[in-house]
Design a protein around this ligand. Sequence first.
Ligand code: ADP
Length: 292
Amino acid sequence: MAARILDGRALAAELRGAIAERSTVLRTRGIVPRLEVVVVGADAASLAYVRGLESAGAKTGVEVRVARLPADGDEGQVRTLLRVLGDDPVVHGVILQQPLPAHLGIRRVAEAMPPAKDVDGANPLNFGRLAFGSGTELVAATPLAVMALLERSERSALRGVRVCVVGRSSVVGLPVALLLLARDATVTVVHRGTRDLGSRTREADVLVSAAGVPGLVRADMVAPRATVIDVGTTYVDGALRGDVAYDEVARVAAEITPVPGGVGPVTNVMLMGNVVTAAERHGPTAHDDRAS
Ligand code: ADP
């Protein structure tokens, strides 16, 4: 029996309405929720990504702008731009398009990301707060999207559920693991250093893959009737590919997210939701209200 498709486009459409309504309320107060996408250089993949964001922004009342730096832009330029955007009251959300060019280290620029505008969780301060369980300004959009899809899955009651997360990056794997632990799931995180990946992934009721390796997850690595969430987004010959060998895994799993059309569209909506939340908290009019 083929797996049920966890349809990210349908979920995104469902979630968009409430966010668009909140944007409309803000606009009547003179606040236009605005996201700035910092792009260093411009490859085809990042341009496609920005187009997806513009479309999600248009449907939720969020203005999406691109702040571009040249491909050879240095760390100092990125930090300066992040600070300028942090100080700009009409900007509510900022993301740094990744991967950055090889000469730029995300770890060396991430702390310059303004924490209150950090809609995709790049600043280690927000990550630390998540790990500490002390409440973040904003939970990053991609992990939120994974949780929203799981919410609609057969495994929505996550307590005691065995989850295997493939990948330990600070923007996806680790925050997803922390959010799942907070919901009392039993979480195993596997990565490049894991021996016999399949023996770990096969134990999981829920498999979340965020490795960025097309075709990494094969059918023999998946437990029968598992729920499979594919966070991988890699361009191969101009086409978007996930981590999961979809056709064969769909014959084993109970539920699966496609790529494209799974985690991506939900992430974009979550991102816009975070921008609107930031605008509600920190918009200039809200600030003026406090002052008066
Ligand atoms: P993302 O930002 O999508 O999380 P990163 O490139 O930052 O992507 O992280 C990729 C993660 O995937 C790393 O934690 C890495 O250890 C893991 N990974 C990459 N390749 C493999 C592999 N072949 N097997 C298991 N894990 C892998």
